[in-house]
Design a protein around this ligand. Sequence first.
Ligand code: GLN
Length: 733
Amino acid sequence: MGLRFTLAKAVGSVLTWGLRDVVHRPAANMPGKIALYADPSLIADLRGRLAVGSIVVAGTNGKTSTTNLLADALEAAGESVVCNRTGANLDSGVATSLLQTEHARWGVFESDELWLAKVLPGLQPRYLLLLNLFRDQLDRVGEIERIQESIASALRTSPSTVLIYNGDDPLCAAIAEAVPNESVAFGVDEDMGLVQNRVSDAQMCQECEGMLSYEYRQYGQLGSYRCERCGFARPALRFAAKEVSLGASELGLLVTNEALEVRTPCGEIHVAAAHERLRSSQVSPYLVYNLVAAYAACRMMGVAAADLQRAIDEFDPRNGRLQNYVIGGRRVLLNLAKNPTGFNQNLRIVEADSGPKAVAFFVNDKEGDGRDVSWIWDIDFEELAAQPERVVYAGGRRKHDVQVRLKYAGMDARLIDSIDEVLDDPALGPEASVYAIANYTALPIVKAALDAREQADAASGPDDVARPARPEDGLARREGALAAAVVPMLDATWADREPVVILHVFPDLLNLYGDGGNVRILQQRLERRGIPVRVEEVRHGELLDLSRVDIVVLGGGPDREQKLAAEELMVHRDALAAYVEGDGVLLAICGGYQILGRTWLLGGEVVEGLGILGLETQRPGTSADRLVDNIVLESPMASLPVVGYENHAGRTYLDAGMEPFGRVVSRTGAGNNERDRVDGVLYRNVVGTYLHGPLLAKNPEVADALLARALGVDALDPLDDGPERAANAFMRK
Ligand code: GLN
């Protein structure tokens, strides 16, 4: 601590004053950011301001809420706390919080998973609370394994930190196994009996080439898992929740722990055995996990359950996370969701309300959100479609993508630019509740609009609040329009045909960002034309039978899953080659496309491909050197440009004479490799491509070209592809 530290402190103070008092802006990041330039070891120099120490909270979903709750619980217990409450979760946010405090007993800091590497070495926290890891913003990190590696190396720099982690999450458990730090698992020790999501982020064992089997699964990859091959399994839960009740207006649970002693380089931690109940007036399965996590952390920090319960009872940070409003006499709920798991959890909350409702989704694609929105195809919107009295709206920068996704889930969404359009929709009855679900950068905009409406209501007084009259046919009208949109065209030519069979190969392994959407799109484009269709799936360990198949779809996958898929496909290599040479239709995306070539690379290892197509895939540098961007192609398969998103480490080279799927015409995006300015391959009726999106969502001509080939016709009657074309046009812009 010398001159640099003194300078950094001075810079921090001046900036905080300038931002807060002169320009009236929140000073959550900037002072720390600049001060860190002056003194890169600033966090280490400041951690002495915390008399007891700190806890860091990380994990894909629930960080901000859990961090705030822990800070509240510590305060309820009479502790003084410094906390980056607004979610400024980079090292600059942590440094800013520390700069702005003179003394506190505890620091409670939310940290972005990848920034733990910058936070932990200096802070040396007592605890790291790791909530969960889900696929999120893969454009920033590539594959989820890289986040795991980064967290593990951060922990190794802070050996006295005790890891408190979600034992129900195999991705977190693998980190606990990989690091020398002491660790304590929490989880839910009974089946909550929830509806299962289609796509789970981790179905393969974390330690070997086996697949996880579940005694029960809660949601995503969370649950009681085990690998029969190597024995990797959910660890013993030191803090275990049971008797979970998810009522209409109250969530209750019982957390149990045996007496616990944890030895750390800084001393021993003793926690007495207990059985304690927690309850919350907010109800959602993901809150169960946040509460058990908070409970475990509180007990480790010496905070009593009663103090945590008080914090839960008074919890209302009004930060757009599960925030309630009453606007025009109508109930409005705003929440953040930024990945499929988060969205699915939100949909559960919406679906629990059986009354009339409006649901508005806002999806942005800015830096903080991730530029790619393919993940919206991994959300189970279909269940919402099945509910009777609901209307849906699509908003945010990628509203057209949302509209297309909802269309293929059977819902006719109205495009909106603001939540005001929902609140003012004359078609919405006064008793309908409104749910607004927004991703990261979309949330503050929706929140600002709702805050303004709430204030306007308060200013005009309850009696003046105008309630929109419910038109007789309000909801029915919109549903009617939808029904018309999905009625299949009755075309006698196709009606007695044998169903077209679409085979989705390894949806449990090759299911990166929305690729499964391609199957849904092919299926529905047949159904809309009245053409019989059947979708079959072959999962890991099942036999692949191509004898009665018309279309095969292979998605992309993370390296380990891709390798396992390739090994299994190798058994069926000859059958697959015969299918291709017999003009079978095959769509292969990214990892699935690489597998079809002679070889592909995994780290430094050369993996044998199926050798069905004349191409091979190399990997210069490490898996970190990825090609990640929006991309536009000109392809002989479509008159409109083909748009998509690529995210891959492999570089594919076509043999001389092989035809690419398209020529790269965008400034961004590489396609097969940096050299050739082409993407993918076209061979007989095979389309291989790096484009996620999913490919067919915004490129309906490619979908129809594949279908026409499967049906043996030159072309199919066009469908109304207005939303698809609008989404395509947005990306070209
Ligand atoms: N694992 C492969 C790669 O990185 C494929 C990734 C993908 O399918 N998106 O090259």
